[in-house]
Design a protein around this ligand. Sequence first.
Ligand code: UD1
Ligand code: UDP
Length: 381
Amino acid sequence: MEKLRIMSVFGTRPEAIKMAPLVKELASRDEIESLCCVTAQHREMLDSVMEVFDLKADCDLDIMTPRQTLSTITSKCLLGMDDAIEQLKPDMILVHGDTSTTFAGALSAFYHKVPVGHVEAGLRTYDKYSPFPEEMNRKLVTAIADLYFCPTKNNRENLLKEGVTEGLFITGNTVIDALKTTVRKDYRFTTELLNELDYSRKVVLVTCHRRENYGQPMENIMTALRDIALQNEDCELVYPVHLSPVVRENAQKFLAGTPRVHLIDPLSADEMHNLMARCYMVMTDSGGLQEEAPALGKPVLVMRKETERPEAVAAGTVKLCGVEYDDVLRMGNELLRSREAYDAMAHAVNPYGDGHACARIADAILWHFGCRSERPADFNA
Ligand code: UD1
Ligand code: UDP
């Protein structure tokens, strides 16, 4: 029997980290030929993930140029995908989450009448412009997809409310599968600063990159971070700065030279996960970190006005601190200074997965194509 050709499409760092274990799981199934098409919407940051997880692309669209507009990214991905689909002839295309690569990958699959599986489906803020453009990308992909791999029950509820009734699976988030392969007690960093850091001090892991935070919100966040470092002599802020020129300019302008602030280049996924496992707390606007840090028992302050990931907020390990200077400073200081506030948030919770999301997704795909008689059981957090 001919193998099912399942093509995973991704292009940015977080998609790659979350799709890597799935590409491998699919490859381990006898009935499946696991194909990998990267748009390279990110270049260096994608290549780093490919190396950590030992992945090889069957097709690389190589679309990244500095400071691309959303229209440029989307149109380049669409054009490149035409060739990828002609060449690799997939039976199904898998896209992940909510990036421009995700939307273009799904739209292109639709143009070629190839069914689409949406990994990390059903996340919503219900604010069209926040996160921007991700919330719209999610909704557009929902309209196109055939199979929906929802990390949580709540994500499935969101889709049911929108009238999606078929092809829904609750799988857990593949990021937890990835995390299980990277975090090790005896891990030695290649970034020497991270070996030298005194982890008995309060190491705050910081990231900030979202488009909707460009401008005043990012300035507020960065100045609040600066003042947190200045006002707390027992802390160290470690900030691996995203390669986006807008983000780098802001980090340089507001944070460079501040005592106890370490601006470093992006970390490889294994370095990042092991730093997270050792840090005191996390301050971020990232989506992925909101899922990883709770699993590692680290409190998270989310520097955004809303989140599409309410599960860890409900479990008490994540708090929204908004994007105003006063709020970020106050909530950052509180977690650093009040043992009570810290202890209330510092416990490991895993609403996002049990490390078996990829196996469930592979089983669901095989069931969909009639290669399994039983529908996989849902993940129940
Ligand atoms: C993209 C996604 C966002 C995701 C984020 C993860 C969209 C619209 N945005 O945002 O959903 O949260 O990735 O990080 O899809 N750059 C490099 N090298 C790299 C990566 C980026 O130089 O390896 C620079 C380039 O100048 C690039 C810029 O960063 O143009 C921004 O990258 P882009 O993919 O457009 O947006 P992100 O803000 O990274
Ligand atoms: N990450 C990484 N190195 C870094 C910063 C982040 O490997 O220097 C990882 C992080 O652990 C998570 C993912 O990248 O798995 C999140 O990516 P990002 O914050 O860029 O995007 P988002 O999740 O917000 O879409």
